[in-house]
Design a binder for this molecule. Structure first.
Ligand SMILES: CC(C)(COP(=O)(O)OP(=O)(O)OC[C@H]1O[C@@H](n2cnc3c(N)ncnc32)[C@H](O)[C@@H]1OP(=O)(O)O)[C@@H](O)C(=O)NCCC(=O)NCCS
Length: 184
């Protein structure tokens, strides 16, 4: 990973075998290929990204657009390369995609025990605003509901600009095309 250029690019069908393989390693209830394919087909209301090291898919993330909000549906990085700022680059890609769609707030749910993910989200300004008791069916764990608002402000733009600069020399960003225009 040291010195590699990471590509952040729209997820395509051909990436699904690698995506599902990571999914199975990191989630107790992995999404199926059918579910992923369904998400990929919803191009007007979703943005799915992969992170690639050369041709190898090493992470992915997705966001669903609902009015002027973006709901992050998933983010995962291959265990072997975790803690190499791949999650940071994917989150940056999601935030940029959200802004292109005219979104001004993002939300997500995260396991109460998932400190790694919570740390990543905090770096993008997410704060926990409440919990859903027993949300996860496999172990009845609570979900924290996190939000970041006003992402269309100069202040938030400054944060993203800082991260963009940090990863500029080691990352190529290609974001999904906006289909159907940004919401009014
Ligand atoms: C959460 C996840 C996507 C993070 O991806 P990553 O590429 O390893 O994270 P990054 O290297 O970009 O880390 C960014 C920040 O997140 C936090 N973080 C990430 N991993 C962490 C860990 N193991 N412990 C504590 N903090 C962690 C840190 O604040 C980190 O910044 P730092 O390295 O400068 O301290 C990854 O751990 C993962 O795939 N986990 C399994 C799937 C999952 O839980 N997804 C989220 C579901 S809500």
């Amino acid at each position: 990973m040291e010195g590699a250029t990471i590509d952040i690019a729209p997820m395509r069908r051909r990436h699904l075998p690698a995506v599902i393989a990571i999914e199975k390693q990191v989630y107790p209830r992995p999404w199926s290929r059918t579910l992923m394919l369904g998400e990929l087909d919803l191009k007007e209301s979703r943005a799915y990204l992969v992170a690639r090291d050369g041709r190898r898919v090493i992470g992915y993330a997705g966001i669903m657009f609902v009015g002027d909000e973006g709901h992050i549906t998933t983010i995962a990085v291959e265990p072997k390369v975790q803690r190499s700022a791949i999650g940071m680059r994917l989150m940056l890609g999601l935030a940029k995609s959200a802004l292109e769609r005219g979104v001004n707030a993002m939300t997500l749910e995260v396991r109460a025990s998932n400190r790694a993910a919570q740390g990543l989200y905090k770096r993008f300004g997410f704060v926990s605003v409440g919990a859903r008791k027993g949300y996860y069916q496999d172990n009845a764990e609570d979900a924290f509901i996190m939000w970041v608002r006003d992402i269309d402000t100069a202040e938030y733009g400054e944060l993203l600009a800082q991260y963009s600069l940090r990863y500029a020399s080691s990352t190529r960003f290609e974001l999904p095309r906006v289909i159907g225009g940004a919401p009014q």
